[in-house]
Design a protein around this ligand. Sequence first.
Ligand SMILES: [Zn+2]
Length: 181
Amino acid sequence: MTESSAPYGTGCFRTTDDGYQLSVTSYQLPVIKAGFGYAQSAQRSKYAEVMPEICSLISVICFMFTITKQFHFSASHIIEGVPAEHPCGRLHGHNYIVELILSAETLDPIGFVADYNDLKPFQALIDRELDHRHLNDVLPGATSAEALAYYLFQKAKPLWPQLASVRVSETPKTWAEYRPG
Ligand SMILES: [Zn+2]
């Protein structure tokens, strides 16, 4: 059973004589539209014995808001440890794209997970520490996109507790992500 008195987007699962029932207020419905489909399916399920687990899963998956903001910088690096003929072992650069993904089960009174404007200091951090630098001189270890995502997550998490993951792109077709398990 999950309950919350938060103003937006929360669901309440409660036990009734007929089984498990999703209880939401009318103004919550628009913001949980996607999740409500799951809930309706679960409500119709005949397998009552698995309903608590299903409802618990639904409360995690369907009642989470996520926002993403992109940041950009350019830098060079050398991937160390690759075979001699590997192109990433040569000095080269990327126009990096970094995404901060923030999530929350409930929204603030304005209706935000976080104000996008409040994320602006992250661009300043990137400009100061990474932009037009050689990443091998900055990062403590590997300079792969994966390692960079982890590095930036550690930098940003204390500033934005809602941070769920960091994604890094080196090329239009490739993305790496760090998300704590
Ligand atoms: Zn590279």
